[in-house]
Every structure is written in C-alpha cells, then in structure tokens.
Design a protein around this ligand. Structure first.
Ligand code: CUA
Length: 322
C-alpha cells in the first residue's frame, strides 16, 4: 500500500476537496491583496516629491485636503470589504457542501481518543459483527463513512487532512465527522489538539481500499485471533495470558478481554505500533514492551522486567496475530 504524504492539498475525497478549494480561493485573494499593496507602495515611493533645499516645509495639509489620497483610501477600503465578504460567502458555501455529503449506505465507525492512542470500533446491526481495532482505520473507496468521535480523558482532535477537516473529541460529548475516500491509499492522520506530553506521537492511518479488499479485511478483523504455531509463539501466548498484559489488552478468542489499552486481536496486521511511533516489527515490539517510556515518556503502559527470551516470545506471538 503506497503511503500518501499527509497533506490538505492532496484531497482524496469530496470533503477534503471542498476544503482545498476554499483554501485555493483564500490564497488567490490574499495574493491579489498582497500584490496590490506592494504595487501601491512602489508607486508611492516612485511618485513621492523629490526633497530639495528650496522645498517649503510640509506643515499642514488640512487647509487644502488632498482628493487623490482620499479616493485611493475609499477604493482600497471598498476592495477590502468586498474581498472579506466574498471569503465569508465562500466559507459558508463550503460549510454547506461539507454537510451535504450523501450518507446513503454509510459505514459507521466509532473512534475514542485516549492519551495517546485511538480506539476504533466498527459498528454493525448484528452485535457479533462488531469489532475493535486501534490506531488504524480501513475504509472502502467510494463509500461514505460516519465517524463518531469520543474521548476518554482530555480534548483531542481527529485530523486526516487528505480526507476531511479537523473535529475535536471532547470528554462527555459525542461528535460526528463525515468523510469519504475516492482514491485508494494509506492516509496519515494526526491528533491536532494539544492533549499532553505525547500529543505529537498520537498518529493513526486511514487505509482506503477497494470494497472487496475492505470486506476481506473486515471479515478477518471479525475473526478471533489465530492460534500460535511453534514453541516461541505458544510460550509468548502463555506469558501474555499469565502476566500483566491481560490486565489492559484484549485478544479475541482468549481470556484477554480488558479494554484499557489497544485491542491486539490482529495487531500483527497493522502498519505501526504505539499510534504511529514505531514500525510494526518484532524488533520494535521487543523494544516497545521492554520499556515503552523510552519511546513515549508518560504513556500508561509500564516497563516490563521480562527476560530477552521472554520478550522475544511475546513479540513472536503478537506479530503472528495478523
Ligand atoms: Cu491527542 Cu493531541
């Protein structure tokens, strides 16, 4: 999956496109104003009276009001007001367009922000088809998505500039954001509201894929975790289930069912670890589990006192959960 650079100027869906168009109009008007001001300044400097010793001192202009400058100021004022009114209308039109995305057959996803990771739940009419994942959303291309936004602690902000504008996640309140991806790709998202020490390391990914690929992914996510194969993986699962890991994490189909930290049922299939902080490799898993504070100081996950062999076994087990 090719990752697209995180950019509000690379719209990959209708919502982001509306915002990008508003930005283009705003930039154009500001450039015209800037060029106009510079031109006026250059013109004034060029036309200013040459100072000579014989010139009488300019003490008072009130007795003879200058009509030229008066007209210029009036014209500039009118142009400024017209420009600003135009931008108000443009942003109003954009807002209306954003609210008019067709939500027919929309996919419902609930995102809960935590310090500092994203809990993602895919809703369904049938309870057995609901599933959880973390820090990574998959969406089908061409289908609208209604993202319900919640927060468990402080105010965060959900922002995938390639797909939509920002929306805050406020504790005790529920907000929604509508987005749609029309181009397949992997789009980076980022928390856009300062939420504490690790705000900068609160990223996520939105993977937009063809409907069939999305359905295959969702079916896989609904399934329980795969059984470990080989000694290392089995030992890893045993360590996981009998250690402190189960107190915070869930793995579908096992006794681990805590919701304090990210759901790990299919953690091996994700692109990154710790909300975009590390690549999802066994080496990174070992380093992360050994001492998360090294990568995200202040994170709720404590350091472990497992041996290298035990860490490698847990990493092998988690990586096998694809
Ligand atoms: Cu969450 Cu900033």
């Amino acid at each position: 999956m090719n990752a697209t650079a995180m950019s509000a100027l690379g719209a990959a869906g209708p919502q982001a496109l509306h915002i990008q168009q508003l930005w283009n109009v705003t930039l154009l008007i500001c450039c015209i104003v800037f060029a106009g001001v510079l031109a006026a300044l250059i013109w004034v400097l060029w036309k200013r009276p040459r100072v000579e010793a014989s010139l009488p001192p300019d003490l008072d202009t009130r007795s003879a009001p200058e009509r030229g400058p008066k007209r210029s100021v009036a014209a500039a004022l009118t142009a400024s007001v017209l420009g600003l009114v135009f931008l108000i209308v443009a942003s109003f039109v954009t807002d209306r367009a954003l609210a008019r995305l067709s939500l027919k057959d929309a996919l419902h996803v609930e995102v809960t922000a935590n310090q500092w990771w994203w809990d993602v739940r895919y809703d369904d009419h049938q309870a057995s088809r609901v599933f959880n994942t973390a820090n990574e959303l998959h969406v089908p291309v061409g289908r609208p998505v209604i993202v319900t936004l919640k927060s468990s602690d402080v105010i965060h902000s959900f922002w995938v500039p390639n797909l939509a504008g920002k929306k805050d996640l406020i504790p005790g309140r529920t907000a929604t954001l509508q987005l749609q991806a029309d181009r397949a790709g992997s789009y980076r998202g980022q928390c856009a509201e300062f939420c504490g020490f690790q705000h900068a390391f609160m990223a996520f990914r939105v993977v937009a894929e063809e409907p069939a690929a999305y359905e295959a992914w969702a079916d896989k996510q609904r399934s329980t975790a795969s059984e470990p194969t080989g000694n290392a993986q089995q030992r890893g699962r045993q360590l996981f289930m009998t250690g402190t890991c189960v107190m915070c994490h869930a793995i579908g189909g096992t006794v681990a069912s805590a919701r304090r930290g990210p759901d790990l049922t299919h953690v091996g299939s994700r692109e990154t670890l710790a909300a975009g902080t590390l690549p999802n490799t066994e080496t990174a898993l070992v380093r992360w589990i050994r001492n998360p504070q090294e990568f995200k100081p202040g994170v709720n996950m404590p350091a472990s006192n497992l041996s290298d062999e035990e860490l490698a076994a847990i990493a092998a087990y988690l990586k096998s959960l694809s």
